[in-house]
Design a protein around this ligand. Structure first.
Ligand code: R5P
Length: 293
Protein backbone atom coordinates (compact mmCIF):
# COMPACT_ATOMS: atom_id res chain seq x y z
CA UNK A 1 0.00 0.00 0.00
CA UNK A 2 1.34 3.45 -0.88
CA UNK A 3 -0.06 6.87 -0.20
CA UNK A 4 0.04 8.97 -3.37
CA UNK A 5 -3.53 9.03 -4.77
CA UNK A 6 -4.16 7.68 -8.25
CA UNK A 7 -6.80 8.47 -10.82
CA UNK A 8 -8.26 5.29 -12.26
CA UNK A 9 -9.64 5.88 -15.73
CA UNK A 10 -11.41 3.72 -18.31
CA UNK A 11 -10.82 3.45 -22.06
CA UNK A 12 -14.20 5.01 -22.97
CA UNK A 13 -13.42 8.08 -20.85
CA UNK A 14 -9.70 8.24 -21.48
CA UNK A 15 -9.17 11.90 -22.43
CA UNK A 16 -11.40 13.27 -19.71
CA UNK A 17 -9.68 11.10 -17.08
CA UNK A 18 -6.21 12.11 -18.23
CA UNK A 19 -7.13 15.81 -18.19
CA UNK A 20 -8.54 15.53 -14.72
CA UNK A 21 -5.45 13.70 -13.42
CA UNK A 22 -3.25 16.41 -14.94
CA UNK A 23 -5.20 19.18 -13.18
CA UNK A 24 -5.11 17.25 -9.91
CA UNK A 25 -1.40 16.60 -10.41
CA UNK A 26 -1.80 12.88 -9.73
CA UNK A 27 -0.88 9.81 -11.76
CA UNK A 28 -3.37 8.47 -14.31
CA UNK A 29 -3.74 4.71 -14.59
CA UNK A 30 -6.25 2.97 -16.79
CA UNK A 31 -8.30 -0.15 -16.16
CA UNK A 32 -8.02 -2.69 -18.96
CA UNK A 33 -11.37 -4.01 -20.10
CA UNK A 34 -12.16 -7.08 -22.14
CA UNK A 35 -15.61 -8.19 -23.20
CA UNK A 36 -15.96 -11.96 -23.42
CA UNK A 37 -18.14 -13.32 -26.24
CA UNK A 38 -20.96 -14.01 -23.79
CA UNK A 39 -21.02 -10.37 -22.67
CA UNK A 40 -19.19 -10.79 -19.36
CA UNK A 41 -16.52 -8.19 -18.55
CA UNK A 42 -12.92 -8.88 -17.59
CA UNK A 43 -11.32 -6.00 -15.70
CA UNK A 44 -7.61 -5.61 -15.04
CA UNK A 45 -6.53 -3.10 -12.40
CA UNK A 46 -3.08 -1.87 -11.35
CA UNK A 47 -1.34 -4.23 -8.96
CA UNK A 48 -0.25 -1.53 -6.51
CA UNK A 49 -3.22 0.24 -5.03
CA UNK A 50 -2.94 3.44 -2.96
CA UNK A 51 -5.18 4.23 -0.01
CA UNK A 52 -7.02 6.92 -2.03
CA UNK A 53 -8.33 6.41 -5.54
CA UNK A 54 -10.33 8.71 -7.81
CA UNK A 55 -12.42 6.66 -10.24
CA UNK A 56 -13.36 8.77 -13.24
CA UNK A 57 -16.02 7.37 -15.54
CA UNK A 58 -19.36 8.68 -16.72
CA UNK A 59 -22.26 6.28 -16.29
CA UNK A 60 -23.95 6.64 -19.66
CA UNK A 61 -24.93 3.31 -21.32
CA UNK A 62 -24.85 2.20 -17.70
CA UNK A 63 -25.65 -1.45 -17.29
CA UNK A 64 -22.20 -2.89 -18.03
CA UNK A 65 -20.50 0.09 -16.40
CA UNK A 66 -22.37 -0.43 -13.15
CA UNK A 67 -21.36 -4.07 -12.93
CA UNK A 68 -17.75 -3.10 -13.76
CA UNK A 69 -17.87 -0.42 -11.07
CA UNK A 70 -19.11 -2.91 -8.48
CA UNK A 71 -16.34 -5.40 -9.26
CA UNK A 72 -13.68 -2.67 -9.40
CA UNK A 73 -14.62 -1.14 -6.07
CA UNK A 74 -14.89 -4.52 -4.33
CA UNK A 75 -11.43 -5.46 -5.62
CA UNK A 76 -9.95 -2.12 -4.55
CA UNK A 77 -11.44 -2.46 -1.08
CA UNK A 78 -10.11 -5.98 -0.74
CA UNK A 79 -6.66 -4.64 -1.54
CA UNK A 80 -7.00 -2.10 1.25
CA UNK A 81 -8.16 1.04 -0.53
CA UNK A 82 -9.70 3.25 2.12
CA UNK A 83 -11.05 6.24 0.22
CA UNK A 84 -12.77 5.92 -3.14
CA UNK A 85 -14.01 9.06 -4.88
CA UNK A 86 -16.30 8.41 -7.83
CA UNK A 87 -16.29 11.16 -10.45
CA UNK A 88 -19.22 10.36 -12.73
CA UNK A 89 -20.12 13.51 -14.65
CA UNK A 90 -23.18 11.76 -16.07
CA UNK A 91 -25.20 9.87 -13.50
CA UNK A 92 -27.54 7.19 -14.84
CA UNK A 93 -31.13 6.27 -13.98
CA UNK A 94 -31.95 9.70 -12.56
CA UNK A 95 -35.13 10.13 -14.61
CA UNK A 96 -36.91 7.07 -13.19
CA UNK A 97 -37.55 8.87 -9.91
CA UNK A 98 -41.03 7.46 -9.29
CA UNK A 99 -43.25 4.59 -10.31
CA UNK A 100 -45.05 6.21 -13.23
CA UNK A 101 -47.17 3.04 -13.58
CA UNK A 102 -48.03 0.65 -10.75
CA UNK A 103 -45.28 -1.91 -10.30
CA UNK A 104 -42.49 0.12 -11.91
CA UNK A 105 -39.16 -0.02 -10.10
CA UNK A 106 -37.88 3.37 -8.91
CA UNK A 107 -34.41 2.91 -10.43
CA UNK A 108 -33.10 6.25 -9.20
CA UNK A 109 -33.52 5.14 -5.58
CA UNK A 110 -31.69 1.83 -6.10
CA UNK A 111 -28.81 3.29 -8.09
CA UNK A 112 -28.42 5.81 -5.26
CA UNK A 113 -28.33 3.05 -2.66
CA UNK A 114 -25.90 1.00 -4.74
CA UNK A 115 -23.43 3.89 -5.08
CA UNK A 116 -23.85 4.71 -1.38
CA UNK A 117 -22.82 1.16 -0.50
CA UNK A 118 -19.75 1.27 -2.74
CA UNK A 119 -17.88 4.57 -2.62
CA UNK A 120 -17.04 7.31 -0.11
CA UNK A 121 -17.66 10.35 -2.28
CA UNK A 122 -19.59 11.03 -5.47
CA UNK A 123 -19.05 14.01 -7.73
CA UNK A 124 -21.39 14.56 -10.63
CA UNK A 125 -22.65 17.28 -12.96
CA UNK A 126 -26.25 18.38 -13.54
CA UNK A 127 -27.93 15.17 -12.44
CA UNK A 128 -31.50 15.04 -13.69
CA UNK A 129 -33.19 15.77 -10.37
CA UNK A 130 -36.85 16.60 -10.63
CA UNK A 131 -39.12 15.26 -7.90
CA UNK A 132 -36.13 14.55 -5.62
CA UNK A 133 -34.34 17.87 -5.27
CA UNK A 134 -30.93 17.03 -3.80
CA UNK A 135 -28.33 14.41 -4.66
CA UNK A 136 -27.81 13.78 -0.94
CA UNK A 137 -31.41 12.57 -0.73
CA UNK A 138 -30.53 9.73 -3.10
CA UNK A 139 -26.86 9.06 -2.36
CA UNK A 140 -25.82 8.71 1.24
CA UNK A 141 -22.01 9.09 1.26
CA UNK A 142 -19.52 11.31 3.11
CA UNK A 143 -19.62 13.84 0.25
CA UNK A 144 -22.13 13.92 -2.58
CA UNK A 145 -21.31 16.89 -4.80
CA UNK A 146 -23.54 18.25 -7.54
CA UNK A 147 -21.76 20.56 -9.96
CA UNK A 148 -23.43 22.69 -12.58
CA UNK A 149 -22.21 23.09 -16.13
CA UNK A 150 -24.50 26.11 -16.50
CA UNK A 151 -21.78 28.78 -15.99
CA UNK A 152 -19.57 27.11 -18.62
CA UNK A 153 -22.50 26.78 -21.04
CA UNK A 154 -23.56 30.39 -20.43
CA UNK A 155 -20.02 31.63 -21.10
CA UNK A 156 -19.85 29.64 -24.32
CA UNK A 157 -23.17 31.05 -25.53
CA UNK A 158 -22.04 34.60 -24.79
CA UNK A 159 -18.83 34.00 -26.77
CA UNK A 160 -20.50 32.31 -29.73
CA UNK A 161 -23.55 34.50 -30.41
CA UNK A 162 -24.39 38.15 -29.99
CA UNK A 163 -28.14 38.38 -29.60
CA UNK A 164 -29.25 35.18 -27.88
CA UNK A 165 -32.78 34.10 -27.11
CA UNK A 166 -32.63 30.98 -24.95
CA UNK A 167 -35.35 28.38 -25.32
CA UNK A 168 -35.98 25.65 -22.80
CA UNK A 169 -38.15 22.96 -24.35
CA UNK A 170 -39.92 22.01 -21.13
CA UNK A 171 -40.56 23.08 -17.56
CA UNK A 172 -37.66 20.92 -16.29
CA UNK A 173 -35.18 22.83 -18.46
CA UNK A 174 -36.07 26.08 -16.69
CA UNK A 175 -33.70 25.23 -13.82
CA UNK A 176 -30.71 25.11 -16.20
CA UNK A 177 -31.66 28.42 -17.80
CA UNK A 178 -32.07 30.07 -14.42
CA UNK A 179 -28.59 28.85 -13.44
CA UNK A 180 -27.15 30.24 -16.69
CA UNK A 181 -28.86 33.53 -15.94
CA UNK A 182 -27.23 33.81 -12.53
CA UNK A 183 -24.24 35.08 -14.53
CA UNK A 184 -25.95 36.35 -17.67
CA UNK A 185 -29.18 38.08 -18.41
CA UNK A 186 -30.31 36.29 -21.53
CA UNK A 187 -33.90 36.61 -22.71
CA UNK A 188 -35.60 33.25 -22.51
CA UNK A 189 -38.81 31.37 -23.01
CA UNK A 190 -39.83 27.91 -21.82
CA UNK A 191 -42.07 25.48 -23.69
CA UNK A 192 -44.47 22.79 -22.56
CA UNK A 193 -43.60 19.23 -23.46
CA UNK A 194 -45.90 16.24 -23.63
CA UNK A 195 -44.13 12.90 -23.84
CA UNK A 196 -46.21 10.42 -25.78
CA UNK A 197 -43.60 7.63 -25.79
CA UNK A 198 -39.83 7.03 -25.53
CA UNK A 199 -39.30 8.54 -28.98
CA UNK A 200 -42.40 10.67 -29.34
CA UNK A 201 -42.67 14.14 -27.80
CA UNK A 202 -44.65 17.25 -28.56
CA UNK A 203 -43.28 20.64 -27.54
CA UNK A 204 -45.49 23.74 -27.52
CA UNK A 205 -43.64 27.06 -27.33
CA UNK A 206 -45.14 30.34 -26.15
CA UNK A 207 -45.33 33.10 -28.78
CA UNK A 208 -42.14 35.14 -29.00
CA UNK A 209 -40.47 37.58 -31.41
CA UNK A 210 -37.48 35.72 -32.89
CA UNK A 211 -36.54 37.81 -35.88
CA UNK A 212 -32.79 38.53 -35.97
CA UNK A 213 -32.26 36.53 -32.77
CA UNK A 214 -29.66 33.82 -32.23
CA UNK A 215 -31.93 31.14 -30.86
CA UNK A 216 -30.25 28.67 -28.49
CA UNK A 217 -32.06 25.55 -27.28
CA UNK A 218 -30.83 24.62 -23.82
CA UNK A 219 -31.43 21.31 -22.06
CA UNK A 220 -29.61 19.06 -19.63
CA UNK A 221 -29.46 16.11 -21.99
CA UNK A 222 -30.23 14.79 -25.42
CA UNK A 223 -31.09 11.11 -25.32
CA UNK A 224 -33.25 10.11 -28.30
CA UNK A 225 -32.86 13.77 -29.26
CA UNK A 226 -36.60 13.98 -29.95
CA UNK A 227 -37.12 16.89 -27.55
CA UNK A 228 -34.55 19.02 -29.37
CA UNK A 229 -35.50 17.74 -32.84
CA UNK A 230 -39.21 18.46 -32.37
CA UNK A 231 -38.48 21.96 -31.06
CA UNK A 232 -35.87 22.71 -33.73
CA UNK A 233 -38.21 21.61 -36.54
CA UNK A 234 -40.92 23.99 -35.35
CA UNK A 235 -38.48 26.89 -35.08
CA UNK A 236 -37.00 26.30 -38.53
CA UNK A 237 -40.53 26.10 -40.00
CA UNK A 238 -41.36 29.50 -38.52
CA UNK A 239 -38.27 30.99 -40.19
CA UNK A 240 -35.59 30.90 -37.50
CA UNK A 241 -32.21 30.79 -39.27
CA UNK A 242 -29.68 31.11 -36.50
CA UNK A 243 -30.45 28.10 -34.37
CA UNK A 244 -28.07 26.39 -31.91
CA UNK A 245 -28.27 23.76 -29.15
CA UNK A 246 -26.36 23.73 -25.88
CA UNK A 247 -26.59 20.70 -23.60
CA UNK A 248 -24.71 19.20 -20.71
CA UNK A 249 -25.05 15.48 -21.49
CA UNK A 250 -24.88 14.48 -25.19
CA UNK A 251 -26.15 10.90 -25.00
CA UNK A 252 -27.53 11.10 -28.58
CA UNK A 253 -28.75 7.54 -29.04
CA UNK A 254 -28.53 5.99 -32.53
CA UNK A 255 -28.92 8.57 -35.31
CA UNK A 256 -30.27 11.29 -32.98
CA UNK A 257 -27.36 13.67 -33.58
CA UNK A 258 -27.55 13.41 -37.38
CA UNK A 259 -31.35 13.92 -37.24
CA UNK A 260 -30.88 17.01 -35.11
CA UNK A 261 -28.29 18.47 -37.48
CA UNK A 262 -30.63 17.72 -40.41
CA UNK A 263 -33.26 20.08 -38.97
CA UNK A 264 -31.02 23.02 -39.86
CA UNK A 265 -29.42 23.59 -36.44
CA UNK A 266 -26.15 25.44 -37.08
CA UNK A 267 -24.16 23.99 -34.18
CA UNK A 268 -24.57 21.70 -31.19
CA UNK A 269 -22.42 22.46 -28.16
CA UNK A 270 -21.98 19.97 -25.32
CA UNK A 271 -19.80 19.27 -22.33
CA UNK A 272 -17.51 16.25 -22.33
CA UNK A 273 -19.61 14.54 -19.64
CA UNK A 274 -20.25 11.94 -22.35
CA UNK A 275 -17.73 11.47 -25.16
CA UNK A 276 -19.33 12.80 -28.36
CA UNK A 277 -18.35 14.78 -31.50
CA UNK A 278 -20.32 17.80 -30.18
CA UNK A 279 -18.06 18.10 -27.10
CA UNK A 280 -16.56 21.57 -26.84
CA UNK A 281 -16.76 22.32 -23.12
CA UNK A 282 -14.33 20.54 -20.80
CA UNK A 283 -15.58 19.81 -17.30
CA UNK A 284 -12.08 19.08 -15.97
CA UNK A 285 -11.64 22.48 -14.28
CA UNK A 286 -14.85 22.35 -12.23
CA UNK A 287 -14.35 18.67 -11.40
CA UNK A 288 -10.78 19.19 -10.18
CA UNK A 289 -11.86 22.12 -7.99
CA UNK A 290 -14.47 19.88 -6.36
CA UNK A 291 -12.03 17.12 -5.41
CA UNK A 292 -10.26 17.50 -2.08
CA UNK A 293 -7.33 15.12 -1.97
C1 R5P B 1 -36.26 15.62 -19.63
O1 R5P B 1 -37.02 16.37 -19.10
C2 R5P B 1 -34.89 16.04 -20.00
O2 R5P B 1 -34.60 17.31 -19.53
C3 R5P B 1 -34.67 16.00 -21.50
O3 R5P B 1 -35.49 16.95 -22.12
C4 R5P B 1 -34.98 14.65 -22.03
O4 R5P B 1 -34.46 13.64 -21.24
C5 R5P B 1 -34.48 14.53 -23.45
O5 R5P B 1 -34.83 13.28 -23.91
P1 R5P B 1 -34.92 12.99 -25.45
O6 R5P B 1 -33.64 13.45 -26.07
O7 R5P B 1 -35.09 11.50 -25.53
O8 R5P B 1 -36.10 13.71 -25.98
Amino acid sequence: MFFEPLLLGFPDYHLQGKNLARLLDIEYVEAELHQFPDGESKIRLPVDIPSTIVICRSLDSPNNKLIELIFTVKELRQKGCERIILVAPYLCYMRQDKAFEPGEVVSQRWVGKLLSSLVDEVITVDPHLHRVKKLEDIINVKRAVTLSAAPLIGNLISLQVSNPLIIGPDEESKQWIEQINELHDFDYIVGEKTRLGDKDVNVVLPPSEMEDRDVVLVDDMASTGKTLINTAQQLVETGVENLYCAITHPLFIGSAYEELLATGVKAVWSTDSVTHPSNCISLASILSEAINL
